[in-house]
Design a protein around this ligand. Sequence first.
Ligand SMILES: [Zn+2]
Ligand SMILES: [Zn+2]
Length: 61
Amino acid sequence: MPTRAMRCPSCGDERAFETPPCAEHGSECTELACRDCGTALTVAAVELLPRPRRAALGAAA
Ligand SMILES: [Zn+2]
Ligand SMILES: [Zn+2]
């Protein structure tokens, strides 16, 4: 199970997080759970940035 280090709001420090088993999203699940306290964070809220507006390209030809 891949883990990543993120700051846990409950532990107040950097902890190893891993994707918990998720029946809803499977391996696509964007949740990560603290291995120490179990606090779940959503990756999307942490690291998904707004996409560049590439849709504008070619639209006004
Ligand atoms: Zn999920
Ligand atoms: Zn924690």
